[in-house]
Design a protein around this ligand. Structure first.
Ligand code: ATR
Length: 275
């Protein structure tokens, strides 16, 4: 049996085990692969990584707080992950640990299914960890990218790395309204607060609005974008697409998307989401 893990702290509410295990079942490889969540705190990472090489662990998905810290324990870092500066996926290739990043695919794949994104004006909201992978992906697609952040210096630093423009989030509603695509990579709207990173006036019917926040399923941003007539993409799409790419890396098989998507929706329903 090959084990795949998601490690992080906290990790108990992770939906990844439900999604990946559903994929194994759909392909009939659930006797060969099993996926589970394991809590690994920041100060336990070194000790944990010592155990990985000789074990039956085939893959590790990593989430906060490990995405950068884990790099030093790997034998090889994929060039894309290196450019992003963060790892969310590790493959144990017979004792050789190789780090990848699939987070950026979580935004690019759903956008590409909806529209041609090359040359589009894209407003990326946020300049933290999530925004980094997204900025990489967007810059590779040849979009006209502007990064908006509450703390403008962080937007400027990120923009410099990915050949983008930057501006303060506050007070730029008119420029954001003129964007073809808005991607929210701030944490605003996450959880129970029902807040939006943008006023309604920044939203219009000619936009695609993608929220990386997936709990709640219908964020205030997406509700208001839909009300303005925009096309919306839920944060769950990001989860699905980064997981599909991980699945391929861990198992070698093309991921069974429908089964994994269904499992994600089911798990969210069980968490009380109205999906
Ligand atoms: P993550 O890894 O989820 O991206 P992060 O690195 O802490 O988390 O980044 C959080 C992002 O949300 C940042 O861009 C942050 O803006 P600042 O750089 O100004 O802190 C943004 N953010 C968090 N709370 C916000 C708020 N109330 N209004 C606007 N932006 C906010």
């Amino acid at each position: 049996m090959k084990t795949c893990l998601i490690i992080g702290d906290p990790v108990s509410h992770s939906l990844s085990p439900a999604v990946h295990n559903a994929g194994y079942r759909a392909l009939g490889i659930d006797k060969e692969f099993h996926y589970e969540a394991r809590k690994v705190a920041a100060d336990e990472l070194a000790e944990f990584m010592d155990t990985v090489r000789p074990s039956d662990i085939r893959g590790i998905s990593c989430t906060a707080p490990h995405k950068q810290a884990i790099m030093r324990y790997l034998d090889e870092v994929d060039p894309v992950a290196d450019k992003i500066g963060a790892i969310n996926t590790i493959v144990n290739d017979n004792g050789r640990l190789i780090g990848y990043n699939t987070d950026w695919l979580g935004v690019i794949e759903p956008l590409k299914r909806l529209a041609t994104i090359k040359d589009k004006h894209v407003a990326l909201l946020g300049a933290g960890g999530a925004a980094r992978s997204i900025a990489y992906g967007l810059s590779e697609q040849g979009v006209k990218l502007t990064i908006y952040n509450r703390t403008p210096d962080k937007a400027t630093a990120l923009a410099a790395q990915f050949k983008a423009a930057s501006a303060p989030l506050i007070g730029n509603e008119t420029a954001i309204r003129d964007s073809d695509i808005i991607v929210n990579a701030t944490s605003v709207g996450m959880g129970s607060g029902d807040a939006s990173p943008l006023p309604r006036a920044a939203l219009s019917e000619r936009q695609i609005v993608f929220d990386s926040v997936y709990v709640p399923y219908e964020t205030k941003l997406l509700r208001e974008a839909a009300a303005a007539g925009a096309q919306i993409i839920h944060g769950t799409e990001m989860l699905v697409h980064q997981a599909l790419a991980q699945f391929k890396l861990y198992t070698g098989y093309a991921a069974p998307e429908a089964a994994m998507r269904k499992a994600l929706n089911q798990a969210l329903k069980e968490h009380g989401e109205n999906i």
